[in-house]
Design a protein around this ligand. Structure first.
Ligand code: FEO
Length: 171
């Protein structure tokens, strides 16, 4: 059975992950509006990943006989002045999520909830991957600057990303 403090913290994290998916769906829509379909496709995969993160938390709470409680999801931004600005926000957002996961881990440690600590380890590793992937795209966008041919090449590269369902991720 989950302690109340842990259940509340995990439920807040469900909300943070659902907000992430909502924000990235909005970023995807922005990319469609500027004809960058590869960027949009990359973001769609990210939307699916964030929903997966939310569902992992949801299922874990239920598996520990807790109650998964949903909260209102905040309205995301809708426009950015450039792909670079959009990805700068995505990186800031992921850094914020990493901080939340670390806080959750601290709470689980303080409450001596070893099962939750082991569960959260997956999220700790996932955040390293997410920040790295977004940081790499940001670096490329900074190199590209105002070179539109470079932007189209990156668009083609990002369009190749595919969502890997959980069974194939070993998740
Ligand atoms: Fe679920 Fe991108 O953190």
């Amino acid at each position: 059975m989950l302690k109340t403090r842990i259940a509340e913290a995990l439920n807040h994290q469900i909300n943070a992950e659902l907000y992430s998916s909502c924000l990235y769906l909005s970023v995807e829509s922005y990319f469609h509006s500027v004809s960058l379909s590869g960027f949009a496709s990359w973001m769609r995969v990210q939307v699916q990943e964030e929903l997966l993160h939310a569902m992992k938390l949801y299922d874990f709470i239920i598996s520990r006989s807790g109650r998964a409680l949903l909260e209102a999801v905040a309205k995301p931004d809708a426009d950015w002045e450039s792909p670079l600005a959009a990805f700068e926000q995505v990186l800031r957002h992921e850094e914020g999520i990493t901080a939340k996961i670390n806080e959750l881990m601290d709470i689980a440690a303080a409450e001596q909830d070893h099962a939750t600590k082991i569960f959260l380890q997956w999220f700790v590793s996932e955040q390293v991957e997410e920040e790295s992937a977004v940081g790499e795209i940001l670096s490329k966008l900074r190199l590209i600057g105002k070179d539109s041919s470079g932007l189209f090449l990156l668009d083609a590269e990002l369009g190749k990303r595919v969502f890997t369902p959980p069974a194939q991720q070993g998740a």
